[in-house]
Design a protein. Structure first.
Length: 174
């Protein structure tokens, strides 16, 4: 999203683009990351040491209410934590690694086709769509395969199962 269009959208709503708001918008728009409020605060504080958490949360609330940013949960990878990105991006899917938390964005024709199919099939006018896909990135797939191999190579007698742990704890207590 161009900062000019954001500034115009804010002016239309009677909201002034202060220096601190501009810093926050630039960070959300230009880092290429999906930032949570705390990370956004830490990065913004490096640019303006006077900025405080309340300003970050109030600005995020205002930008969200104004339709300029989206609040995402990204498969609840980090619990109830929310992440922010500018809304005026082209429609895309978030592909989230459930192991390391890496987030990729997928843009492409399949999403447009799916949207058209849904609208056609249900006679539905889509105003907003969010697509999240959870799985394991290539790196984490490799790590998982190694772990599985290690478990397979460990003799069954030495593997710790919940039942074995329970029996050991009971024996220790007796």
């Amino acid at each position: 999203m161009a900062l000019d269009s954001t500034e115009g959208s804010l002016k239309e709503r009677g909201v002034r683009l202060t220096r601190q708001r501009q810093i926050l918008l630039e960070l959300i728009d230009k880092t290429g990351e999906h930032l949570d409020a705390e990370r956004l605060y830490q990065m913004a504080k490096e640019r303006d040491p006077k900025l405080n958490r309340v300003t970050v949360y109030r600005t995020l609330k205002m930008l969200k209410a104004g339709g300029l940013v989206d609040e995402l949960d990204l498969m609840h990878y980090s619990g109830d934590q929310h992440y922010y990105e500018t809304r005026l991006k082209q429609e895309h899917a978030h592909v989230v690694c459930l192991r390391c938390g890496k987030v990729e964005e997928f843009f492409g024709e399949p999403l447009q086709k799916l949207r058209k199919q849904i609208e056609s099939h249900f006679g539905f006018q889509i105003l907003l769509s969010r697509t999240e896909v959870g799985g394991y990135c290539a790196h984490c797939q490799t790590l998982r395969a190694r772990e599985v191999d290690e478990v397979r190579q460990t003799p069954t007698a030495t593997r710790s199962t919940p039942a074995r742990r329970h029996r050991r704890e009971a024996a220790r207590r007796a």
